[in-house]
Design a protein around this ligand. Structure first.
Ligand SMILES: [Zn+2]
Length: 422
């Protein structure tokens, strides 16, 4: 049986991963988890999300198939006990996949990818559930069924490029109080090969622990269970109530669609090629905005204030630079997660020099005139530009990274085979 769960989070307390962690323990009497529980990040642009837009799936091998109804009962009653129904944006959903015919797998693999890249409506989930006779329980407006079904779909059809996260949970009586951990031990753990985003070296900040009042103490991300466990063993902290290693689609760029600028729609995320057509400018709040174009369309791109030092790089761009941008589009603005500078514009057109000064333009298409000696020139001159940046890949710091964005360290990282010294 595959159990899919979504949208039991609240702004100040519950999170669906904790509910899943509790369920893993409760389900021990009925069977074993097949492989890993899945932590799936859905389209990060969906407006009504509570926090990280995460959905969970638990693949369970039941000891006796006769227990299926008891398991469903246990899951729904645990969810009803733990979810925060009073919050407007909490609309829990749970699905139970028991039989898995090929036709259902085809439908689900498509649906799951759309939940990450596209915008789905509740009725699409309900239609799929009905078509395949999948049992489910939807609460309030039932929106959680979208994520629950998508996560179950990935558990059924597999993740193409999985990563892992070990989440450690706090003792209940500490929820809402400041988290305690030994910072030196965290910095040491952050250096574990095959892990990333435990700390932000550039901004000298520990970033793997939330500051919200939820049950999570911290989460360690990495390429294998081995790698995240290795880092976990190094951390000295307040007591860990329980911990779970999840298989995830985090840090994989699964949300990004390769497209042309003219195909861009709001609330989706893209990889786009273009040429800088309007130079970067810093606007109120410290955000940096520029425009890219191809032969038929243009789009604004932004490096927002929380991307910190990344903005220094963006400010160095000039019109004519060829780039590939990575990020989510909202209100016709792409929020940069990464950028690849393919080539720099090394030349610029300038007014000609005469008598040691720049000649004055006499109007559009009218040529140039020297104010001192009166000489005229028809054309501007092309001069080479000094640039302080080089072609290559650049990314936002870990503190500003979105869950789905693939960090550059992962581009050269072999998939598994880690060696833990502990
Ligand atoms: Zn002159």
């Amino acid at each position: 049986m595959i159990i899919g769960l979504d949208d039991t989070d609240s702004k100040n307390g519950m999170c669906t991963t904790y509910l899943t962690a509790v369920l893993i323990e409760k389900l021990k009497g009925y069977g074993t988890i097949k492989g890993y529980p899945l932590l799936i990040r859905l389209n990060p642009n969906i407006k009504y999300k509570t926090r990280g837009n995460a959905a969970l799936a638990l693949p369970v091998e039941l000891n006796r198939s006769a227990d299926a109804e008891n398991v469903k009962q246990l899951v729904t009653s645990t969810l009803e006990e733990m979810a925060v129904f009073s919050e407007e944006n909490t609309n829990p959903g749970v699905v139970f996949i028991e039989k898995t015919p090929q036709r259902m797998q085809n439908d689900l693999s498509l649906f799951s990818m759309r939940a990450v890249q596209d915008v789905l409506e509740i009725h699409e989930a309900l239609e799929l559930l009905a078509r395949h006779g999948i049992s489910y329980r939807g609460y309030k407006n039932k929106r959680g069924l979208i994520g629950a079904l998508a996560a179950a779909g990935f558990a059924l059809c597999g993740l193409p490029d999985p990563t892992f996260e070990l989440i450690a949970y706090r003792e209940k009586e500490r929820w809402g109080t400041p988290r305690w951990m030994d910072e030196d031990s965290v910095w040491a753990a952050a250096a574990t090969p095959g892990t990333w985003d435990t700390a932000d070296y550039e901004n000298k900040r520990i970033v793997f622990a939330p500051h919200s009042p939820d049950p999570i103490l911290f989460g360690i991300r990495g390429r294998s269970e081995d790698a995240v466990r290795c880092a976990f063993l190094m951390i000295k902290s307040e007591p860990v109530e329980r911990h779970v290693v999840y298989k995830t689609n985090q840090n994989t760029d699964m949300h990004l669609i390769s497209a042309k600028i003219s195909d861009v729609q709001d609330d989706r995320s893209y990889i786009l090629d273009g040429r800088v057509s309007k130079a970067p400018k810093t606007i109120e709040g410290g955000h940096v905005i520029f425009e890219i174009s191809d032969t038929c369309a243009a789009l604004e791109c932004a490096a927002f204030e929380p991307t910190k030092g990344f903005r220094h790089l963006i400010r160095q761009l000039r019109a004519g630079d060829e780039v590939t941008v990575y990020g989510s589009v909202k209100e016709r603005t792409l929020n940069l997660e990464k950028i690849k500078i393919n080539s720099l514009n090394l030349y610029e057109s300038r007014n000609p020099l005469c008598c040691g000064k720049r000649m004055k333009s006499m109007g559009r298409g009218q040529g140039y005139r020297c104010e001192k000696c009166g000489a005229t020139r028809k054309e501007p001159v092309t001069e080479s530009l000094q640039r302080n940046i080089s072609p290559g890949f650049y990314e936002v710091p870990p503190s500003a990274r979105r869950h789905l964005a693939k960090p550059l360290v992962r581009f050269d990282m072999p998939p598994a085979a880690s060696s833990c010294a502990h």
